[in-house]
Design a protein around this ligand. Structure first.
Ligand code: NAD
Ligand code: ZN
Ligand code: ZN
Length: 345
């Protein structure tokens, strides 16, 4: 049996086990990918800890920002070939036939499967991808820098689209982590004016470096909502990527009449929504989950053209548990990208 190194969740209460497991075989429509790099998303923390109501079933391998090279293909594969550089994505596969799939909304398919959650992901030297769904990494880009685009990038790009804002309008980005620091860049590239909100000045400095006009540390101002209203007259749109439920009502309160708040961060929580002001001010509150294959190609195109550039630190796969702890403590600036390829492989 050929084996590979992988980081495996065996229990929601224990660290991941970095160990040898069998290399999988590609089935119909699947490609076997030798992974070079994988970004670490806060969703991997939620997955490894079993935070959400529908839990993954251990043992499983997290990771859904993997970039690598196709080394073998199964039956029926036509979209990719051995040697191509591809990635995995949260949306690993969908049914292709339901009303959502046939109308270009495959991220809502009830039959979808998710990389690093319901199927094994990219914290391993090899991974299987569905060749009909996997992102194709544009030629000539740095594969480590491409990794964060595959979840963080596409998610915030799609989320910004559904704020229904226009160029020149204000967008508030709450939570300047892996997702948020890219949201600032996509928003600027899309001509929006950005207010960045976080609880940490280092994160806000990163947002300003990437083109935000204003940074608001909610720990430093008495009334963050009044502060944002005064600075901007109320934002036209807000994208909440924060991992703290308190950020959500603050973003709603920062909107101007007719504004839209897009919920993207996934702390397992609820928040109160004032009915009268939501109605009278004509607000929209919506959720947004990753992006479709079309959104992914567009998000990668912004990256390949140099319009967005992830800030990241490369660490070895063996650091995976330390990285998950650092994410939980809010100590990661930008993204951590794991160097998954074993020396000499
Ligand atoms: P991250 O840990 O890199 O960033 C989270 C950021 O939130 C940090 O900068 C932290 O300082 C900030 N924060 C914490 N408390 C805050 C507060 N009260 N106000 C403002 N900011 C605050 O995490 P990430 O990888 O960017 O992921 C963020 C969230 O988005 C996670 O819950 C993840 O599961 C979720 N997510 C959702 C989707 C989707 O499709 N909807 C996709 C990917 C990730
Ligand atoms: Zn993710
Ligand atoms: Zn479907």
């Amino acid at each position: 049996m050929r084996t590979m190194q992988a980081a495996v969740v065996r229990s929601f209460t224990r660290d991941l086990d970095v160990t040898e497991v069998a290399i999988p075989e590609p089935g119909p429509f699947q490609a076997l990918v030798r992974v070079e790099y994988s970004g670490v998303c806060h969703t991997d923390v939620h997955a490894a800890r079993g935070d959400w109501p529908v839990k993954p079933v251990p043992p499983f391998v997290p990771g859904h920002e993997g970039v690598g090279t196709v080394v073998a293909v199964g039956e029926g594969v036509t979209r990719v070939a051995v040697g191509d550089r591809v990635g995995n994505a949260w949306l690993a596969t969908a049914c292709g036939a339901c009303a959502y799939c046939v109308s270009g909304r495959e991220t809502l398919c009830a039959q979808q499967r998710n990389s690093g959650y319901s199927i094994d992901g990219s914290f391993a030297e090899h991974m299987l991808v569905d060749s009909r769904y996997c992102p194709i990494v544009p030629p000539g880009v740095d594969p480590a820098a491409a990794a964060p685009v595959l979840c963080a990038g596409v998610t915030v790009y799609k989320g910004l689209k559904v704020t229904d804002t226009r160029p020149g309008e204000w967008v508030l980005v709450s939570g300047i982590g892996g997702l948020g620091h890219l949201a600032v860049q996509y928003a600027v590239a899309m001509g929006r004016r950005v207010v960045a909100v976080d609880v940490d000045d280092t994160k806000l400095d990163l947002a300003l470096k990437h083109g935000a006009e204003v940074g608001v540390n909610v720990r430093d101002v008495d009334d963050p909502v009044a502060h944002v209203q005064q600075l901007t007259g109320g934002v036209h749109g807000a994208l909440v990527t924060a991992v703290d439920a308190r950020a959500f009502p603050q973003a709603v309160g920062s909107l101007r009449p007719g504004g839209t708040v897009v919920l993207v961060g996934l702390p397992p929580a609820a928040f109160p929504l004032d009915i009268v002001s939501t109605v009278l001010r004509g607000l929209t509150v919506r959720g947004s989950i990753v992006g479709t294959r079309v959104d992914m190609a567009e998000a990668l195109d912004f990256f390949a053209r140099g319009k967005v550039s992830p800030t990241f630190t490369v660490r070895p796969l063996s650091d995976v548990n330390a990285v998950l702890h650092e994410l939980e403590q809010g100590r990661v600036d930008g993204r951590v990208v794991l160097d998954v390829a074993r020396d000499g492989s």
